[in-house]
Design a protein around this ligand. Structure first.
Ligand SMILES: [Zn+2]
Length: 175
């Protein structure tokens, strides 16, 4: 299972790899390959009315299901720079300051080689502009906290977890 699933030869020099899962070692060129969780960033985007922006996925896995705007970090990219980049690419929105929400572990689909993902969530407020779906998003829609899509309509388990935390923060408190 995971990133190195099915790896038999070194991608650099074609020598057969040694090892069971992670790490795999190449005796030909000395390379070692580790399977780390892929870091992803996601935004719980709110508008002035306290509604949450969800994005409908235009790509597999989970094509057609609701997700939070975000995506994979690029090599060497700071997570918050990645968040701003993904928001710009998928929604066209720029956002104000962010509040850290949490980190959840997940898997990117059901395939044997599916990457384990480390998902970092922030809560952000839109500072103006209307969202326009682009890139790997087919639709963007604002949801009230009491009218979020059900678990069957959500792409990843992680999305349900993050939404639950967000919704909890919206509930009236007696103290
Ligand atoms: Zn090698």
């Amino acid at each position: 299972m995971g990133l190195l699933h099915g790896w038999q030869t070194c991608p650099r020099c074609r020598t057969p790899l040694e090892g069971e899962a992670s790490p795999l070692h190449c005796s030909g060129c000395g390379s070692t390959y580790y399977a780390n969780s892929a870091p992803c960033v996601s935004a719980l985007v709110e508008d002035a009315e306290g509604r949450l922006l969800l994005s409908r996925r235009a790509v597999e896995p989970y094509l057609g299901l609701w997700d939070c705007p975000g995506g994979f970090l690029e090599e060497g990219e700071h997570p918050f720079d990645g968040l701003r980049r993904e928001l710009q690419e998928e929604t066209g929105l720029s956002v104000g300051p962010a509040r850290f929400v949490g980190i959840w572990m997940d898997v990117y689909g059901d395939a044997p080689e599916a990457a384990a993902t480390l998902n970092i969530y922030w809560n952000v407020r839109v500072d103006g502009g209307e969202p326009v779906a682009a890139d790997d998003v087919s639709e963007l829609r604002w949801f009230r906290a009491d009218a979020l899509p059900g678990p069957d309509e959500l792409a990843f388990d992680t999305v349900a977890d993050a939404l639950a935390v967000w919704r909890q923060g919206k509930e009236p408190r007696a103290y």
